[in-house]
Ligand binder design. Structure first.
Ligand SMILES: Nc1nc2c(ncn2[C@@H]2O[C@H](COP(=O)(O)OP(=O)(O)OP(=O)(O)O)[C@@H](O)[C@H]2O)c(=O)[nH]1
Ligand SMILES: C=C(OP(=O)(O)O)C(=O)O
Length: 227
């Protein structure tokens, strides 16, 4: 059932952000990042969460991680951090969603990937407003193969299907694919050096920019302040 919801009744959102243990994180960036790979993974996740917390409809961010270094850094930018059940990505997301519902039973719940360092709060707000029109909705990644956001309305079962070709999986499960202009930063996930260059071209948060500088990747321009 996909009922419309008047904008005045748009819900607040609790976003769940999964962060893998750092020794296993961002392995496709190993060669490019060398000894800075873990620092890059933390920087990307912190920039993502900081931007998400600056988005009006986002009431809170729950980070799921079993990594103490990541946990401390992400708590430092304002996330509530819960442990990882160590049963894979979707189990981690469901665990975080359980915490979200305990904290705020009336909120919509969204899963947001941790690797969106160019995330713009205003673009995320567009995605959340569009998602609130449907029981479950998702946003495909820039490559149109994976997913960067999956969300459910308050009270709707949260059944994320991330991993690999998750766009098709979410479609098959009946989630509404969101077709939006002006949401590039929410789709720009970073898995490869090419993705990182693309994110730097959009304009990342400061932590990602600093580590990218260290590994010899220069940001072509600075993002406008406050955006
Ligand atoms: N908490 C948690 N997060 C996970 C888990 N598996 C993956 N993730 C996160 O889910 C997102 C996508 O994960 P992957 O693409 O598998 O891993 P990655 O670190 O982005 O990159 P690669 O190592 O290059 O595959 C990233 O934000 C990961 O941190 C898990 O078991 N637990
Ligand atoms: C897990 C996913 O992302 P990626 O492996 O591209 O980070 C996904 O898109 O479902």
């Amino acid at each position: 059932m996909l009922k419309g919801m008047p904008p005045s009744e748009s819900p607040d959102w609790t976003l769940v952000v999964p962060v893998k243990t750092l020794v296993a994180a961002k392995t496709r960036l190993s060669e490019a990042a060398g000894p800075h790979r873990a620092a890059l993974a933390v920087a990307i996740a912190c920039d993502t969460v900081e931007a998400a917390l600056s988005c009006g409809p986002v009431a809170r961010v729950v980070v799921v991680t079993g990594d103490p270094v990541a946990a401390e850094a992400l708590a430092g930018v304002g996330a509530r951090v819960v442990g990882d059940p160590e049963a894979g990505l979707n189990a981690a997301l469901r665990h975080g969603a359980g915490e979200a519902v305990r904290l705020a039973p009336g909120d919509a719940v969204g899963a947001l990937q941790a690797d969106l360092p160019a995330l713009r709060p205003a673009e995320l707000a567009l995605v959340l407003a569009a998602a609130a029109e449907f029981d479950q909705a998702f946003l495909p990644d820039a490559a149109e193969v994976g997913t960067t956001f999956y969300g459910t309305r308050p009270g709707v079962p949260f059944t994320p299907g991330f991993g690999g070709a998750s766009r098709d999986r979410h479609l098959r499960r009946g989630a509404k694919e969101l077709f939006l202009t002006g949401a590039d930063s929410v789709r720009r996930d970073v898995d490869t050096p090419g993705d990182l260059r693309a994110a730097l071209a959009l304009g990342t948060g400061p932590r990602t920019r600093a580590v990218a500088w260290l590994i010899g990747m220069r940001s072509p321009e600075r993002r406008p302040p406050g955006d």
